[in-house]
Design a protein around this ligand. Sequence first.
Ligand SMILES: [Zn+2]
Length: 203
Amino acid sequence: MADEQQSLFDDFLADCQLDGTVFSKSTKISAKPDYEIRRSKRRKKSVGAFRENGKTIIVAPIRMSLKEVHGYAQELVAELNGHFDKLASQELLEQRAKFVAKQYLDVDVFSTHPVPVSISWVANQNSRWGSCTPADGKIRISNRIQGMPQYVIDAVLLHELIHLIVADHSPKFYEYLNKFPDYKLAKEYLAGYSFAQQNYIGD
Ligand SMILES: [Zn+2]
């Protein structure tokens, strides 16, 4: 066992003793918290948190005791949940879509489209960032983009909004799309994200 792993394991033992838990090398924490703890060499004192595939990841310094990490984690999870609830709100998505449509399309798709337009977050849309069914006015946006930079979200919204006017990816479609200055950048961001997801091996 490398020195670093050894010290990690020692910490783990010390923490179990603190909790009064009976342990063995294979002991697992029974009341499983809804987050995953990752240790980081780069972190010296502070604990951070982020979301990955809908799961909260807590990043903690290698030498911080598990008890202390769990203490920080409660607060961070609550904070992140609040942040994501806000980002995930239906209202915010609709507001943003209306703003994007007004900004980049010459037509007010929300009032001129033959059937009422609805836009909603969807889970489990793993192969696409968004989809649009012009016939029933339904746009679905993958919740994987929640928390991504605004220009990325706007690009996905605009792409689907244009489909209300142009069903395919013909030159007319790109005429609208090209009005969005950061579309290429957004595409690259999403491609990078997909690549990282498929090739993720942790740190
Ligand atoms: Zn499309």
